[in-house]
Design a protein around this ligand. Structure first.
Ligand code: NI
Length: 512
């Protein structure tokens, strides 16, 4: 793949770009499950427009693994990468991927995006755990980039021997140069069996194309090619499998360990890690079992000054603290959760409901929905609803599309009311507590829907003050459904605030 394209000058990453990189740090105990590291794409080897359906190994296999979520809501950037404090090279290598992708994205997307033109780019980078054992960590990163004309996905798999510093790559999985050459031959042969592959391209396989090698549950090697490298763009990403029997004699000692770690992942327990398997924030501890779902409140927002605070992209490590703050002030809010986080922290999703909040759907991959096929849009929503249902026995009834990006087609596919906002705190951008407070308090009007992100500590820190000041102005804090009226919400309609006075009518087509 092209994660290593061109110079890695940090010059590009300074200034604006660095400012727009937003961090929400998330220690992740447990996560998506499919234990096959290397079934990254559909059976025919093509990915679907960059939405990769592969799941990660359970992140709890590396108990001190943190996920770092970053987003730029205006420029449609979302990334998730890992760090492992006991193996510092993981964080360094993962950060370099994000920086390189950001650099490339900014090269390709400078003019249009800030001008606010309709054709905006998108960068969606996600990391997956693909192999784990006491001494091996394998992390595959998939980056979908859309630069205005066409989109494509590229892949890289980074390998780590936890006993030694530094990053290992595909070449390190193999023994001598002859072994590597033989591996390349096998790849070329296997690739030509795929009718989508352009034969001439595999006669001159570039080493850099072989930078995402993984092992499937049978121990076969899977090689994932970036879009456009050995097949036309229409074919998507090609995955080539080289059988186990061919691979084993060629692997280095580390490669053999990596293969085992991919086939039969085993937890890596960091030295000195004797605590519980859940390194999460103690504030996340759920309420005891048996907590009752509170009775619906009877609030008439046509007569009361209401505001709906909404929090996207979580639940994250600070969400437990946020729930504590909301509880102290008896304030309800709405959480638009992304599927992997709901799956990782079901106890927080459950707590949201038992404490009188509302849980909405913010999709699985945080992709911009208008770029996806109808089937992909549904899959993004359904997978997330499955994760929500697993936590609270019911799917979300509201959808907030990532970035607020939508069109009439995606609205129909939502099969739920589409919830936007009228107050944008830009908390993801400034990550400054005072600014979040000022924006939320000064812009809120009766009936407002306020957009914030509970993955940012600066936002969570702002909430007590927001609650105090809005309460002093006479506001009641309600869920989105309470604000808009359960009976008035319609599937496929968009809502940015409660219109005043009633009746509720959607403002279709509104985007931010
Ligand atoms: Ni979001």
């Amino acid at each position: 793949m092209r994660f290593v394209n061109g110079q890695k000058s940090s010059k590009f990453i300074t200034g604006l770009i660095a400012l727009t990189l937003l961090t929400g740090c998330a220690p992740l105990p447990g996560s998506p499950t499919t234990p096959t590291a290397a079934s990254p794409t559909s059976a025919d080897g093509s990915s679907q427009s960059g939405v990769n359906q592969a799941d990660s190994l359970p992140l709890i296999l590396v108990p001190d693994l943190n996920t770092i979520d970053q987003s730029d809501e205006h420029r449609h950037i979302f990334s998730r990468h890992f760090e492992v404090p006991s193996v510092p090279s993981v964080g360094e290598a993962q950060r370099s991927i994000v920086e390189e992708r950001m650099e490339a994205f900014n090269r390709n997307n400078i003019p249009d995006v800030y001008a606010g033109s309709a054709a905006t780019g998108e960068l969606n980078l996600r990391s997956y755990l693909t192999a784990v054992s006491q001494h091996v960590i394998g992390i595959r990163s998939a980056a979908y980039e859309f630069a205005g004309a066409s989109g494509g996905t590229s892949f890289v798999t980074q390998w780590f021997d936890t006993r030694t510093p530094g990053l290992l790559d595909s070449r390190d999985l193999f023994g001598s140069d002859e072994d590597w050459a033989e591996f390349r031959e096998f790849v070329a042969q296997a690739a030509t069996n795929n009718p989508e592959v352009i034969p001439e391209t595999v006669t001159e396989l570039e080493d850099s194309w072989l930078d995402s090698v993984n092992f499937d549950a049978q121990g076969n090697a899977t090689i994932e090619f970036d879009d456009y490298t050995i097949a036309p763009g229409s074919a998507g990403s090609i995955v080539v499998t080289v059988p186990s029997t061919n691979i084993i004699p060629l692997l280095s000692p580390f490669g053999l360990m990596a293969r085992t770690a991919g086939m039969n992942p085993a937890p890596r327990i960091p030295p000195g890690f004797l605590g519980s398997a859940s390194p999460g924030d103690p504030a996340q501890t759920p309420e005891g079992p048996g907590a009752e779902t509170p009775q619906p409140r009877n609030i008439d927002c046509r007569k009361t000054k209401c505001v709906a605070l909404t929090f996207d992209d979580g639940p994250g490590p600070k969400t437990g603290k946020l729930l504590d703050e909301l509880k102290k002030k008896d304030a309800a809010a709405t959480f638009f959760v992304v599927g992997p986080n709901a799956k990782t922290r079901p106890e927080l999703v459950e707590r949201m409901i038992t404490e009188g909040h509302e849980v909405g759907n913010h999709t699985w991959s945080h992709r911009s929905l208008p770029a996806l096929s109808p089937a992909q849009v549904r899959s993004e929503i359904d997978r997330t609803n499955d994760a929500i249902s697993a936590a609270i026995d019911q799917p979300a009834t509201l959808l907030r599309p990532p970035y607020g990006a939508r069109n009439p087609k995606t609205d129909r596919l939502a099969q739920a009311p589409v919830i936007l906002w009228d107050v944008d705190t830009l908390d993801w951008k400034y990550r400054n507590t005072e600014r979040v407070v000022d924006a939320a308090v000064s812009q809120t009007k009766p009936g407002s829907i306020v957009l914030m992100h509970d993955i940012h500590s600066s936002t969570v820190a702002a909430v007590p003050e927001i609650l105090s000041r809005l309460k002093a102005k006479g506001y009641t804090f309600v869920t989105v459904t309470e604000l808009l009226g359960k009976n008035k919400l319609k599937s496929g309609e968009t809502y940015s605030r409660a219109p005043l006075p009633a009746p509720v009518r959607s403002k279709a087509g509104e985007k931010k």
